[in-house]
Design a protein around this ligand. Structure first.
Ligand SMILES: *Cc1c(COP(=O)(O)O)cnc(C)c1O
Length: 356
């Protein structure tokens, strides 16, 4: 605390990211990173971009990357916005589109950055409770609001909504911006990008951090009607003209163009997820049906905090949230098969210890 702080800073409750440990020997299943390296073509493009041209500013409009994303999603480049991670894209969306007279709606259990942005930008919001199976019920959003944001698949549950439900939400709120955060959509969800042509109120947010294995490069995107994208460009150009550096744009463009790497890697992760899910169920865990690169699971006779701490003592990091509705759940990122095995072995040991 300091008397030099702006008044707003005193009120902030910042987001707390998952631990990035210094120790390399931990099995790291806590931040939903990809267990495999990025596309070799992306790494080569980054190396190729590492030359004297770094003395020059990058393209402020990241046109090559927006063109690659437009090709991938079958939209036009002016329907694509890019930023320094989807967290930055989300921040611009909160400031540029979600600050309305009526409150913003989002689920009580979802990406915990949403209320943080509301605090930063002074946006009023209401949370809508997930049902008893921790699912989003579109009917519950039929209430006065200024805008809606949903993560689909939701985090940290991993549960996905069907596209028909998203479309119903859009139809029921034609006068409000509706943002769908698709950070995990490539692991089994259906993207709402196909609905953009028919719904000028829809904005879809994606990231290269999870399914493209580029969390360290910091690249995210938003796709929607030109008028929505224009709002984001205005905010961006009032904040930072160059959110993507030369290496990020080169690597991200090559990563988007490498369809073979993408298809192979996400298939591998989905396979490991289904195997890990079976393994956890055999140990007595309840595992929510996941369309993401993580599982959300609890054991009927163990506390989430206890399991989290015991796993850490055995060198396995998973994510635990101290929110009462989900306090006994663990969020487990899908690792390599060897890492998933290490988790199951550690859990078997812990369950065994706790039986005595
Ligand atoms: C990981 C994640 C993001 C942020 O991704 P970055 O592009 O790395 O900033 C956004 N939304 C959700 C739901 C996420 O899980």
């Amino acid at each position: 605390m300091s008397r030099f702080w702006s008044a707003r800073v005193h009120t902030l409750t910042p987001y707390v990211p998952g631990e990035q440990p210094k120790r390399r020997d931990l099995v790291k299943l806590n931040t939903n990173e990809c267990p495999y390296g990025p596309s070799p073509l992306a790494l080569a493009a980054i190396r190729d971009a590492t030359d004297d041209s770094l003395r020059l500013y990058p393209d402020p409009t990241s046109t090559r990357l927006r063109e690659a994303l437009a090709r991938h999603h079958r939209v036009t480049p002016d329907q694509v916005f890019v930023g320094n991670g989807s967290d930055e894209v989300l921040a611009h969306i909160f400031q540029g589109l979600l600050q309305q007279d009526a409150p913003l709606l989002f689920p009580d259990i979802t990406y915990s950055f949403y209320p943080v942005y509301c605090g930063l930008y002074g946006i009023g919001y209401e949370t809508v409770a997930l049902d008893e199976d921790l699912r989003v019920r579109i009917e519950d959003y039929r209430r006065p609001c200024g805008a809606i944001i949903l993560a689909n698949p939701n985090a940290p549950t991993g549960i996905a909504l069907e596209l028909e439900q998203i479309e119903r939400l859009l139809e029921e709120h034609p006068d409000q911006p509706v943002v769908i955060d698709e950070a995990y959509v490539d692991f089994g969800g259906q993207s709402a990008v196909t609905l953009i042509a028919r719904h000028p109120n829809l904005l879809v947010v994606q990231t290269l951090s999870k399914s493209r294995a580029l969390a360290g490069l910091r690249v995210g995107s938003a796709i929607g009607a030109v008028a929505l994208i224009e709002a984001l460009v205005r905010v961006k150009d009032s904040f930072n003209s160059y959110p993507l550096d030369r290496l990020a744009e080169a690597g991200a463009t090559a990563a988007i163009d490498d369809e073979d790497w993408f298809e192979e890697t996400r298939a591998r992760i989905m396979q490991s997820r289904d195997r890990l899910s079976d393994g956890l169920r055999r140990q007595g865990f309840e595992v929510l049906p996941s369309s993401a690169n993580f599982l959300f699971a609890r054991h009927p006779h163990q506390s989430g905090a206890g399991l989290h701490a015991s796993l850490r003592a055995r060198g396995v990091l998973v994510r635990h949230f101290t929110v009462s509705r989900i306090v006994d759940y663990l969020r487990i990122s899908i690792g390599t098969d060897a890492e998933c095995e290490a988790l199951l072995t550690a859990l078997a040991g812990i369950l065994d210890d706790n039986r005595d």
